[in-house]
Design a protein around this ligand. Structure first.
Ligand code: SAH
Length: 357
């Protein structure tokens, strides 16, 4: 095993070796791994932690992902949606607070036509020209993605959830496919978005070989952002009694992703902060460099309920922001309110990752 723990090698390892590495770190001391990941992040981004304002604008969803609290089959879920002006108000508030990236996320809600979404995006870009707009609205056609891009959207988050077909089928109903999800990611990249993929750690039936396949998929896709967080059960899903994903394994995966894709933007997610009070700080120390405090109206926060016990559902945006900034500073990092784009887009691919170590 010791021959494998050469961090420079990670970009060259195959599936079986990555599986072994993941299993090794699941048991072993991780301080060396986290320090190496932290050093790589510091090389490119220093101590900066980028802030993104998250607007969860609709809890309606046409999909029935087995793990998710807002899946269409959950009749107990409280549904809400924000109109154009309410979304603009969230952005105005966010802009006043200093945010220069807005992340618009929702279930797959067909109420918002392409025309409506494009109006929202172009109005945000017109109203706040110094801001980046990130969308996270699920699987759409390439045409629709193109329209979003032409309206001014800069980035798109679409977690692949798992890169293994069989595992994908264990987490999703038969109408959904990994093939389509991956195609969406390739389409988004081709159109010119900064693209984010990602997955849950510890989702039901997940094996370490599945996690290794996730790393290999990320290496192939070369996304600009990777969002990972522990799986957290939701009481009104068939996975209600499954166990929560491990914090340690989530941090190990986060560190391995940082080592594999040195310049990638990685959030310390709310799910990580939900399962461990210091989860987000630990995420930063393992190589994450983004946080996404909530700008959604407080009255709706609890209803964007993907999993149980989600944190930060009670405070106003300003309180949330102050609390998170304080935590980040005391962990030794610098909150940064610039757009926080992926550095030198394209260069990473031309130069080659191995040279980066
Ligand atoms: N409809 C959008 C947004 C989905 S919600 C889309 O399809 O991309 C954002 C992410 O939350 C999902 O991609 C999933 O990885 C995560 N998520 C959903 N349910 C979860 C749970 N029970 N535990 C942890 N993360 C969950």
């Amino acid at each position: 095993m010791s021959a494998l723990i050469n961090f420079e090698n990670i970009s060259r390892l195959g599936g079986p070796e990555l599986t072994e590495l993941i299993e090794f770190y699941e048991q072993a001391e991780t301080s060396e791994l986290f320090a190496a990941a932290n050093a790589v992040r510091e090389k490119y981004y220093g101590k900066k932690v980028y802030f993104r304002g998250l607007i969860e604008f609709s809890s309606y969803c046409k999909n029935d992902c087995y793990y998710c609290g807002i899946r269409c089959g959950n009749k107990k879920a409280v549904r809400y949606r924000l109109g154009h002006d309410e979304i603009m108000d969230c952005c105005a508030r966010g802009h006043q607070l200093g945010f220069r990236t807005f992340v618009l996320q929702s279930g797959e809600d067909l109420y918002y036509t392409d025309d409506m979404m494009c109006d929202i995006v172009s109005d945000i870009k017109r109203g706040f020209p110094d801001c980046a707009v990130t969308l996270s609205l699920g699987e759409k056609t390439k045409e629709t993605y193109k329209r979003y891009f032409e309206a001014g959207a800069d980035r798109y988050l679409l977690r692949h959830e798992t890169a293994t077909d069989e595992h994908y089928r264990q987490l999703h109903p038969p109408q959904m496919s990994l093939e389509n999800r991956k195609q969406c990611l390739y389409d988004l990249k081709e159109i010119g978005f900064q693209v984010g993929a990602g997955f849950m750690v510890g989702s039901p039936y997940q094996t370490s070989a599945n996690l290794a396949a996730d790393l290999l998929f990320l290496r192939e896709l070369e996304p600009h952002m990777v969002g990972i967080g522990p799986f957290v059960p939701h009481r009104d899903t068939i996975f209600a009694n499954e166990s929560t994903g491990s914090v340690k394994l989530t941090l190990v995966m986060l560190a391995l992703i940082r080592l594999m894709l040195p310049k990638v933007l990685i959030p310390a997610t709310t799910a990580l902060g939900t399962v461990d009070v210091k989860g987000r700080e630990k995420g930063l120390k393992a190589g994450a460099n983004v946080v996404m405090p909530n700008l959604s109206p407080v009255v709706h926060r609890r209803d964007y309920s993907l999993y149980d016990n989600k944190i930060c559902t009670g405070e106003e945006a300003a309180e949330c922001l102050a609390c998170l900034s304080r935590r980040i500073k005391s962990a030794g990092y610098d909150p940064d309110f610039s757009r926080g784009d992926f550095i030198t887009c394209g260069e990473q691919f031309a130069v080659g990752r191995q040279a980066d170590f």
